[in-house]
Design a protein around this ligand. Structure first.
Ligand code: G16
Length: 543
């Protein structure tokens, strides 16, 4: 086994985005591409020597090959140990849990999350810190700087490691421990939720469908829902993980999980349905005849989390990403909780969770989580919903209706224009930025503009400042439009337009969301000229 030093040169564009580095799989498979970035990770975290890491991924195409390369590079760089999920698989929340539970120095997660997988699709790599959360911007900036000056990397020449067999092996001086990807995570879930009550719920005939979308949550969901909680076999759909996710788009939203939405809207609807994404951190919640927006889900969970044993003593505070609807703010106000508004990206919740200022966090992009790990967590969100339904005996629709009756309803939708010309998209955002000061006082279809700014965040814990986090336009009646460019796409630019309208008239809480938001949608076009800038007549995806 020989340690070799390979000469290389910088490769353009290795700047981590909202959540790590995501590129086309073929790009990652290109000469030195993965190796350069892994070496830059070591530089960004002050070296790998003597450290223990967790390694796992969502099982997408190239996951297995990339894992072997990362292990050889970790060994060559002096890492003491790597704890790896069997077959190099770990869901993102399970990886976060292992990083924390085993008191490691961090971990590498191989995933492009909800992006499709396969040789022609996407791959990704991100680093999580010792707290289990995504590396903050100062660390990812150091990684990026390292990619611009790299001249060589170290790697062992060795045979592939057997990652199918549980147990401990050696690679050079480094120890490798292959662990069951599910058991530690399932144990954590048992510590947070009332599994007896959930078993009784399923025993009483409660029906559920969980769509794992042929992605990483299949084994987790089967073990927890079917084996431990006794949901009938077949409650988990598409539970076999596939390297290309069965050619699907593993993003749990009404577009990509349409069959599940159709099911809950049909006569054959189960009591409850949910889906998760490629790496298991996102969730979509559905009930008989109803889709719960991620923003509403966060608000309902915040209002009812105390019904689950893990949160019985109440919440320290809540946090949402800026584009997420303000529904949770109303719950926080009623409960007297601190409520934080952070930029898009789970990494921004880490400091608040570590400092004990927030217990529950969530994002409009189908992410909800708590201080049990430092990632959003799809299966956890499903269990919290189930625990609340078991305690209240309510239906999803009933719980939601009660919630709106109490707090009012934040109608909400996100319109995505995918793979648009990056120059045109940036031009549109620049034009909006330039015109911000002229907007307050002007009236559009949605009403009179009360405020308009570009969001910047001052982290209350470490004082760091993150600028350029999206254009916010607030109306006097509580409606809001946010414009932002995605940081997770791999082709051109993806424009996201977030639309929100608040309603508390009891007779108007049950409207069709598209109708309720029509004026806000029209205002977004009036203000930004989206059609002209993107050349598109309509968004590609509406969530
Ligand atoms: C990632 C981040 C989330 C973010 C989402 C969308 O999720 O972790 O915080 O909300 O991307 O980001 P953007 O709007 O920049 O595309 P995931 O599930 O892809 O890791």
């Amino acid at each position: 086994m020989e340690r070799i030093t390979v000469n290389t040169t910088p490769i353009d564009g290795q700047k981590p985005g909202t959540s790590g580095l995501r590129k086309k799989t073929e790009v990652f498979m290109g000469k030195h591409y993965l190796e350069n970035f892994i070496s830059a990770i070591w530089t960004g975290i002050g070296g790998a020597s003597g450290k223990t890491f967790v390694l796992g991924g969502d099982g997408r195409y190239f996951n297995d090959r990339a894992a072997q390369v990362i292990l050889r590079m970790a060994a060559a760089s002096g890492a003491a140990k790597v704890i790896i999920g069997q077959n190099a698989v770990l869901s993102t929340p399970a990886a976060s849990n292992l990083i924390r539970k085993r008191a490691t120095d961090g971990g590498i997660i191989m995933s492009a999350s909800h992006n499709p997988g396969g040789r022609d699709e996407d791959f990704g790599v991100k680093f999580n810190m010792a707290n289990g959360g995504p590396a903050p911007e100062d660390v990812t900036n150091r990684m990026y700087e390292a990619t611009k000056t790299i001249t060589h990397y170290d790697i062992l020449e060795a045979q592939d490691i057997d990652l199918a067999t549980l147990g401990t092996t050696q690679l050079g001086d480094m120890e490798i421990e292959v662990v069951d990807p599910v058991s530690d995570y399932a144990e954590l879930m048992e510590s947070l939720f009332d599994f007896d009550k959930l078993r009784a719920l399923f025993a009483s005939g409660f029906t559920m469908r969980f769509d794992a979308m042929h992605a990483v949550t299949g084994p987790y969901a089967t073990e927890i829902f079917e084996r431990r909680l006794g949901a009938p076999q077949g409650s988990v759909l598409n539970g076999t993980p596939l390297p290309d996710f069965g050619k699907g788009h593993p993003d749990p939203n009404p577009i990509w999980a349409k069959p599940l939405v159709d099911l809950v809207m049909s006569d054959a609807a189960p009591d409850f349905a949910a889906a998760s994404d490629g790496d298991g951190d996102r969730n979509m919640i559905l009930g008989r005849g109803v889709y719960v927006t991620p923003s509403d889900s966060l608000a309902v969970l915040a209002a009812n989390a105390h019904l689950a044993p893990g949160y019985a003593s109440g919440l320290a505070g809540v946090a949402r990403s800026m584009p997420t609807s303000q529904a949770v703010d109303r719950v926080a106000e009623a409960l007297g909780l601190e409520c934080f508004e952070t930029p898009t990206g789970w990494k921004f919740f880490g400091n608040l969770l570590d400092a004990g200022r927030a217990t529950l966090c969530g994002e409009e992009s189908a992410g909800t989580g708590s201080d049990h790990v430092r990632e959003k967590d799809g299966v956890w969100a499903v269990l919290l919903w189930l625990n609340i339904l078991a305690e209240t005996g309510a239906s999803v629709k009933g719980l939601l209706a009660d919630h709106w009756a109490k707090y009012g309803r934040n109608y909400y939708s996100r319109h995505d224009y995918e793979a648009v010309d990056a120059t045109a998209a940036n031009g549109m955002i620049n034009a909006l930025r330039a015109g911000l000061r002229t907007l307050p006082g002007q009236t559009f279809a949605a009403g009179k503009v009360a405020m308009a700014d570009e969001f910047a965040y001052d982290d209350p814990i470490d004082g760091s400042r993150s600028e350029g986090q999206g254009i916010r336009i607030g109306f006097e009646n509580g409606s809001r439009i946010v414009f932002r460019l995605s940081g997770t796409g791999t082709v051109g630019a993806t424009l996201r337009v977030y639309l929100e309208a608040y309603e508390n008239d009891p007779s108007k809480l049950d409207a069709d969301a598209e109708t309720a938001l029509a004026d806000v949608v029209e205002s977004a076009e009036q203000i930004a000229g989206i059609k002209g800038a993107t050349g598109r007549e309509a968004p590609d995806v509406k969530t």
